[in-house]
Design a protein around this ligand. Structure first.
Ligand code: HDL
Ligand code: ZN
Length: 445
């Protein structure tokens, strides 16, 4: 038998318990260090540059500080489970000032009860990481501290604390208030800490409303999606992509989203004749965030949305029929995650991202990250913060980094058990792909 065959069949030297233990310790150290050190590009947030105006300025879009943090809509939903609307009518709560709402939430969720939910724990992590004691019974002390902060400097402080190198915004052009700011100040997003994203939900969720607005803005579109309408919608898209210098286009879509959808010919035509040709021409991704059933309880306002199971095969058909387009997809239902992972194995133009909204909880982040890594290697983006309040970047990334590190440590130990030697170079390269480079490569930045 040739020596080559003998060499090929040699097995790695048996490793004794002590060796395996020191390898495990080494891996844990390497991963923890690399994950903490790797700057994150946060590909989906609702944060804004300070030029959009900052809270508490009326109409300021950059939300930050303790009162915004404590009145985050996740916590509004949670406080109404403790003091129900039968005791505190929704309108009474909404008529309160921001500070009164925050005091109400702090009392019931943080002072009178254990703040054990993920959204509550997030506030505590943020306060601690900013150097504050999260055990206060009232917000007075925090308000004094935040009053000394300046919004733009606070952006730097939060980015440094969270180790985030780029904050990708969500810019809903059909929102009259935000569009007005863009029209008055075309350079409003000129801030190298931020990137803009053109968000256009109504074009698929409510073509009648969208068409009416487009006509008001001077775009000659019809009720049906004629070729002239397609050309005008393309002109609209190009105008705002250029004005915003957007790096991708995003939509949040209902669980019923389907492609093709014979019941909604305008929706199919919008994708086929307007959006996807423009994006293919610019090699720009289309981010579909699928599964949000809006306003199941309108009295909760932003907190009134919920989740529904979606159709992965519609994503499969889009990836298959539009091979020149790039699709970033996240789905809101836990039940969709495995089928979506398998879909990503079939299409290189599909990039899965994040543990979105109701999935952004440790138990589900761990399950999804393990599933994705075992099916996709490192070819996905494990997380985005979805931060609405700037300060949330601190906790959303502190919490997710820990879980991503935990999964990586396990997977590297599995590799070592198979005889593969994991080096620090492997770890650093993998972590960079997951937290920054996969996304930047997909948007060409
Ligand atoms: O539509 C979206 O982008 C969602 O992320 C919503 O903003 C949602 O309300 C949210 O804040 N999720 O975290
Ligand atoms: Zn969002």
């Amino acid at each position: 038998m040739s020596s080559k065959r003998t060499d090929m069949r040699s097995t790695p030297p048996a490793r004794n318990e002590r060796t395996l233990r020191s390898i495990k310790a080494g891996i844990e150290q390497m991963v923890t260090r690399a994950v903490a050190a790797q700057p994150v590009t946060d590909l989906h947030t609702h944060c804004y540059t300070p030029r959009f105006g900052a809270a508490p300025q009326p109409g300021g879009l950059l939300l930050w500080g303790i009162d915004e943090l404590v009145t985050y809509h996740y916590l509004v939903a949670e406080v109404f489970r403790i003091v129900p609307a039968t005791e505190l009518p929704y309108d009474t709560f909404w008529a309160m000032s921001k500070t009164e709402q925050a005091d109400h939430i702090w009392k019931h969720l943080f002072a009178d009860r254990t703040p054990i939910s993920e959204a509550c724990r997030g506030v505590l992590t943020t306060l601690s990481k900013l150097g504050l004691d999260p055990n206060e019974k009232t917000l007075a002390g925090y308000r004094k501290w935040f009053a000394k902060q300046n919004p733009s400097q606070f952006v730097d402080k939060v980015m440094e604390t969270a180790n985030v190198d780029w904050i990708v915004m969500t810019n809903p052009v059909f929102d009259d208030h935000e569009r007005g700011i863009w029209e008055r100040d075309p350079d409003v997003a000129i801030d190298d800490r931020f990137a803009a994203v053109l968000r256009i939900d109504p074009l698929l969720r409510n073509w009648t409303l969208a068409g009416k607005k487009l006509r008001e803005w001077g775009y000659n579109v019809d009720e049906t999606f004629t070729d002239r309408t397609a050309a005008e919608v393309q002109r609209f898209l190009r105008h705002w992509l250029d004005r915003m210098k957007a790096i991708y286009v995003a939509m949040s879509l209902p669980p019923e989203f389907a492609y093709p959808n014979p019941a909604q010919p305008n929706a199919d035509a919008f994708l086929e004749k307007a959006l996807l040709p423009v994006l293919a021409e610019r090699k720009m991704p289309f981010a579909m965030m699928i599964g949000s059933r809006l306003q199941v309880n309108p009295s909760l306002k932003d907190a009134g949305d919920m989740v529904g199971k979606s159709d992965v095969q519609s994503v499969v058909r889009l990836c298959d029929r539009f091979p020149r387009n790039k699709f970033m997809v996240t789905m809101l239902a836990r039940e969709n995650q495995h089928e979506l992972c398998v879909a990503a194995r079939k299409f290189g133009n599909l990039l899965l991202f994040g543990c979105w909204w109701f999935l952004n909880n440790p138990v589900l982040i761990e399950e999804m990250t393990r599933m994705r890594m075992e099916l996709l290697g490192t070819t996905f983006v494990p997380q985005h913060s979805d931060a609405r309040i700037l300060d949330q970047l601190v906790y959303k990334w502190e919490h997710s980094r820990r879980i991503i590190a935990k999964v990586l440590i396990d997977k590297y130990n599995d590799l070592e058990a198979s005889g593969f030697h994991v080096t620090e170079d492997h770890v650093k390269a993998d972590v960079a792909r997951l937290l920054r480079d996969n996304f930047r490569a997909f948007v060409g930045k």
